[in-house]
Design a protein around this ligand. Sequence first.
Ligand code: ZN
Length: 145
Amino acid sequence: MMELDSLYQEVILDHYRTPLHKGLSAEKDVQVHHNNPSCGDEITLNLIMKEGNVVDISWDGVGCSISMASASVMSDLLIGKPYSQAMVILNAFMELMQSKGQGLGDEDLLEDGVAFAGVSKFPARIKCALLGWMAFKDASTQVMA
Ligand code: ZN
């Protein structure tokens, strides 16, 4: 794995080994499929929203530890949040990924998501970390449209 802080590396590996909310729900408002050809990562995401709240996110996928762990963190962070707050969190994570290794991330907002801070030093891996988040953004935009 890349040179990441060892504590952060452990957080990522924990999510990779024991992913949260993995396994597609029977019900959904919308389903999206996204992939990251440069790494071979793929995700399918089911989203349920009600009255402007993110009620459920479930996902399935194959790919590298960064992509799968990030989808686990994303789903656990965003379920139960109002859509507006989910967008605040998503934007904070995107900003962290664009920080070229300089950002630390707001732990109050991003919780385990700060573990991916070091990924922003590796341009080839940023798409891995963003895959699940972009799938959520796509799905939620479709529901809110
Ligand atoms: Zn990847």
